[in-house]
Design a protein around this ligand. Sequence first.
Ligand code: UDP
Length: 247
Amino acid sequence: MIRILGLRVDQVNMEQALARLSEAIAAFRAGKSRGAQVVTINPEGIWLARGDEQLRRIIEEAYLVTPDGSGVLWAAARQGKILDERVTGIDLLYRLCERAAEEQWRVYLLGAKPGIADEAAARLRLAYPHLLIVGRENGYFRDREEQVICEIAASRPDILFAALGMPYQEKWLAANIEKLGCAVMIGVGGSFDVIAGRVRRAPRLLQRLRLEWLWRLLHDPRRWRRFLAIPRFMAAVRREIKNNNEK
Ligand code: UDP
């Protein structure tokens, strides 16, 4: 585990993350776990958590915290720590669905605007014909929250993907972990919009150049306020390293 601005990030690549989640499902089935929460943390998330005690605690207590965002890899490298690759929510979702289809793990999709989770489910089934999607629900359920929780628990998913946006999804999962009764719970932000084809993900070249954030900013300029966190994050990381070197 490494720390970036005091926040925990686990040193895992995609294969290692998948192995850990496989273990979590086995442990849950054996009655040895009450459910494992996964946080995929990017620079905006780290920045947010610095001023949000509740989110910080969730990150500390999570089963797994994966490095999401090239800024996290950059910050680790500045400390001389190597993170192999980004483990983003959407990539984890695809890889978990692939494995779920092989292992017959049960999957639930919660979040995004009405109709989007249905569309995402249809597309995932096309990609992984044996995938067992045991339920779907949109992410605007404040007035019937208990009912939604009961429906999720009753469908006994092994993996719950919650696409409610950060930090709401992390807080909601942490608050309801016992009632949800899922082996693995992951916040995946805007992933369903991308899977459903409503939002286009950055081309691979931009992803490789670590410029996915720029693509997102250009496509959704309303996000600019959130993106201000990135230069602030980078300045704070530089400052922290300088201070440590001077000690
Ligand atoms: N969303 C939701 N319920 C809410 C608020 C947001 O389901 O109460 C969904 C929204 O429709 C979108 C996702 O959460 O699909 C947030 O996407 P965004 O890209 O903003 O999240 P991030 O990846 O930054 O966490």
